[in-house]
Design a protein around this ligand. Sequence first.
Ligand code: PHE
Length: 449
Amino acid sequence: MSTARGEFSSRFGFLMAATGSAVGLGNIWGFPTNAASNGGAAFLFTYVILAFVMAYPAFMAELIIGRYSKSNAVTALRGLATSPGAARVGAGVGFAGMITVTLILSFYAIISGWMLAYMFAAMTDIARLESASTWLTQSGTTRDAVFAGIFYLLTIYIVVAGVKNGIEKWSSRLMPSLYLILIILIVYVLTLDGAMEGLRMYLVPDFSRVADPQLILSAMGQAFFSLSLGVGTMLIYGSYVSKKENLPAIGGMVTVLDMSVALLAGLLILPAMSVAQLNGIQIYDEQGALIAGPALITSVLPALFDQMGDGGILVALAFFALMSIAALTSSISMLEVPVAYFVEDRGVSRRKAVIVLGAVAASVSMVIIWNFGLMFDWVVRLTTEFSQPLLGFFFAIFAGWVWNRNALLTEIKQGYPEAESGLFWRIWPWYIKFVCPLIILAVYIQLII
Ligand code: PHE
């Protein structure tokens, strides 16, 4: 079986694919707006700390388990267990991850569809097709369904082509473009009047908020979501990494790259919002809270681009292309999770698995689109605030308590022979055993209190 498995062809390919999964709407939209609503730099500070002390170790657990077992999460966790009970829990966690990630894909595709629609709207603006632009930017179930559908087709197209010729190839093309577009946009926005106010909002901390449980919960959810944790995505990407690679090092690079996009996105979104405010666009709602939900991307920023005249159309095109790229390199990693399971464990062909599972997720999206007010927020919160950290907890327990320590070290030593004397091995096992599970639990308990 192992010869038929996909593998990333180079370190660069893995870095782009894993960073592509990690960098998504969570970084460019979620992080900056979370920061703005939670005390600016106080959030940034908490987030950076949590990313290193919790998300990175949890991420490493998935990567190491994945490369060791060279399989999907269900088989991998089941295989680590030494008792039938633990094996059942492991398989259950794997399945729960698969369901969670499919639900994440189902809401993610809806938002991504909006990004595509707005990108097309910039093109129809250039062609002066006004009525088309109006349809594309007006919320409606038909538009949402059509563009979520297009987004699924793109995702399916890439995943069908496999690990090397689909996921790796497209991530390696799209991720460098993403960085480039992001930097150009930041430079441009920072030259506009009013941008500095947004920068201040982002970078001047309100430290009275650091101990706020809501802030810590948001930062933890954000860190988990951003590194695609708990649902088996990084485990399956880890399973495609060659035994020659130094895992702690490449995992660290992905963490830093992911964080850098989030921090950079803050330099774009918050200044853009304050520029919008200076131009008379409303950025706070009636309750005085910052408009951070869908309205930010679908009304505040487009209103700003509109005011910029013809040049604004190009800015809009670049911005929504950026969002669409970020979304696509993440959605392919979501679909790969159940696909890998059905291909490896159930003997389904890749093509069939991708199409059927893509169709299943798309159907869930359609149900959400037609019951948007009722379901959307609920699905987002259930998956990202509840499921992901909880599943991350179990991954930590499996890596720290269930898995045999020698086997773990042997795995890390592949590609990193001097591991035993390194800093990683001195700190990480302890972290994954005690610190990660305890932080996750503490945050939950704090939430209940
Ligand atoms: N990390 C992605 C983002 O920041 C989302 C994601 C979650 C991707 C879970 C895969 C799995 O947008």
